[in-house]
Design a protein around this ligand. Structure first.
Ligand SMILES: Cc1ncc(COP(=O)(O)O)c(C=O)c1O
Length: 396
């Protein structure tokens, strides 16, 4: 299927500034319909939810619409979509409600620290799944040893935010479920890069963040409503006890939730297609993934031809995310050089704290991350490659 890259790019006002935005893994740019949906909510008037007057009813509709949209995006149930300021805050909150001292939790060193530290700090006993530091894979076999009768929960990422590795989450969650454990899957990086089905993944909890997929800064966790009925987070005496509301603290960013729905609608329309929004999302995200991976082949091959570039990881299944260093230059120097040429990349550990420690690169500034999302094109890739080629070699 042809991916309409020119039309897709035209939807993003920020892309007209001439920069090559290869920093999407840290947060994407925002298309016009999302900006307009947020502005429209404010312009038309919103109120707190649950009131008797029209502006409040508009807010009720915005919140309900956003739950339906995120459910469509990941194949979940709208009654199980919890919103919060970001994934980290939601994970801290849920971790306290799900596990505590005396429980065993299995974590992976591939994960972003937001799916690690909140669990560690519950006081639970941690068992670690290790990364193959050469391939960047998270071998499934080790989970047979790690998961046991005392395991309360297995937390694992659906994709690494630096290496792009897509572990075999379905196999890991299957082992967890056989042992009676819950699963908490970090989909923050993965959601932007292809179709998602939380049931296929076996994710009891699936966390995502709209600002990684063209939406505003809103986090969401998607779970089976029946499971949520059994979980009791700390909450105010006065706030609703229903699900999913009892997992949401304080007043929601209501206008931004209008932007969440617009972002999902935008993703559903990336490629041509008919059917329900869920069906269009599956087709669009598959087309976006194919587009990204085709460009990524060129990016990786280009970096591989440069003898002084070290690429980290070569996982079999991955997102279009490259993590590399250039001999003799710190990651920050590389990022600054590229920024001077109008190419946006990230340098540093990108919160992949355990992973950069395991790779032994954290102390030296970790590496440079260049990631592709659906709005990147061939010229972005060429500009990155030319930029890396043009870095002055050797110390002056
Ligand atoms: C894989 C992954 N997990 C979790 C997070 C944290 O998400 P948030 O910024 O919504 O707290 C990020 C953010 O970079 C991420 O890339």
């Amino acid at each position: 299927m042809r991916f309409p890259i020119e039309e897709v790019r035209a939807a993003y006002p920020a892309l007209s500034d001439g920069y090559a935005y290869l920093d999407g893994a840290a947060g994407t740019q925002t298309p016009a319909p999302v900006i307009e949906a947020i502005a429209r909510a404010y312009r038309e008037g919103i109120g707190n939810v649950g009131g008797a007057f029209p502006a409040s009813r508009r807010s009720d509709a915005i919140v309900a619409g956003a739950r339906r949209a995120v459910a469509d995006l990941v194949g979940g149930d709208p009654r199980g979509v919890i919103f919060g300021p970001n994934m980290t805050t939601l994970t801290y909150r849920l971790s306290r409600a799900l596990v505590g001292p005396g429980d065993e939790v299995v974590l992976s060193r591939l994960d972003h620290d937001a799916n690690v530290r909140p669990w560690v700090q519950t006081g639970a006993t941690i068992r670690w799944a290790e990364v193959d530091t050469v391939t960047g894979e998270l071998p499934v076999e080790q989970y047979g040893e790690l998961i046991g009768p005392r395991t309360k929960l297995v937390a694992v990422t659906a994709a690494s935010n630096v290496l792009g590795t897509r572990p075999d989450v379905a196999a890991i969650t299957d082992l967890a479920h056989r042992a009676g454990a819950l699963t908490y899957v970090d989909g923050v990086h993965a959601t932007a890069h292809g179709p998602v089905d939380v049931r296929e993944l076996g994710a009891d909890f699936y966390a995502t963040s709209a600002y990684k997929w063209s939406g505003p800064h809103i986090g969401a966790v998607v779970a089976d409503p029946e499971l949520l009925e059994t979980v009791r987070p700390d909450k105010l005496a006065s706030s609703p006890d229903d699900i999913p509301e009892r997992f949401e603290t304080g007043t929601a960013a209501i206008a931004d939730l209008a932007g969440v729905t617009a972002a999902v609608d935008h993703l559903a329309g990336l490629a041509e297609g008919n059917g329900t929004r869920r069906e269009r999302l599956l087709a669009s995200m598959a087309a976006a993934e194919a587009h990204e991976l085709a460009l990524f082949d060129v990016l990786i091959e280009g970096l591989q031809t440069m003898p002084d570039v070290t690429l980290y990881g070569k996982p079999a299944r991955r997102t279009a995310t490259a993590y590399f260093t250039v001999a003799g230059r710190t990651p920050r120097e590389v990022a600054e050089h590229l920024a001077g040429l109008g190419v946006n990349v990230w340098n540093g550990h990108n919160y992949a704290w355990e992973l950069t420690g395991a790779l032994g690169i954290r102390e030296a500034g970790s590496a440079v991350r260049a990631g592709l999302v659906h709005y990147n094109d061939a010229s972005d890739v060429q500009r990155l490659l030319e930029g890396v080629r043009s870095i002055p070699r050797g110390r002056p």
